[in-house]
Design a protein around this ligand. Structure first.
Ligand SMILES: [Zn+2]
Length: 157
């Protein structure tokens, strides 16, 4: 799905045109219309590959939708897709080897095995102990548990 999504996006908002980007940051994802979660430019810089190669100096929205390849959308029209991230989340890529819990290194596959409950309990414990740093480590800039619950539900046969 990776390539197709970008093409579709470019049709909606041709390259070099500021398009509906501003609207997008406020209303919803251009790809999937999910509500975007506001994140800072600094957060985007810490997540994307080679931020120096991009103009990252705006407010961004994070798209939480599983399967939607768009991750960050800037008010100026900048878009970062799963492939632009150093560690794209498993629910965006569909790859079970990719991360879901960025603080404690749990991946998609961990939640598709018999160890899923143990992994979830471990994460909850660590959160209660104040050991997580999701605001920095997670592309969503938020707690991973919601996305893990959703992931487990969606991966069930
Ligand atoms: Zn989306």
């Amino acid at each position: 799905m990776a390539e197709g999504v970008k093409d579709e996006c470019c049709q909606l908002a041709p390259e070099g045109q500021v398009c509906a980007a501003k609207q997008q940051a406020e209303t919803g994802c251009l790809n999937c219309s999910a509500r975007l979660r506001p994140v800072s430019a600094a957060h985007v810089m810490r997540q994307v590959l080679r931020p120096m190669d991009h103009n990252v100096d705006d407010d961004y929205g994070f798209c939480p939708s599983p399967g939607c390849e768009l991750v960050f959308a800037g008010a100026d029209g900048t878009r970062f897709f799963a492939r632009d991230l150093r560690h794209p989340p498993a629910y965006k890529t569909g790859r079970t080897a990719d991360l879901l819990c960025y603080c404690f290194d749990f991946r998609g596959a961990d939640f598709l095995s018999d160890a899923a409950d143990a992994a979830t309990s471990y994460i909850s414990e660590r959160i209660r102990a104040g050991d997580c740093a999701c605001d920095v480590t997670n592309p969503s800039a938020g707690c991973c548990l919601g996305s893990i619950t959703k992931y487990r539900r969606e991966q069930q046969p």
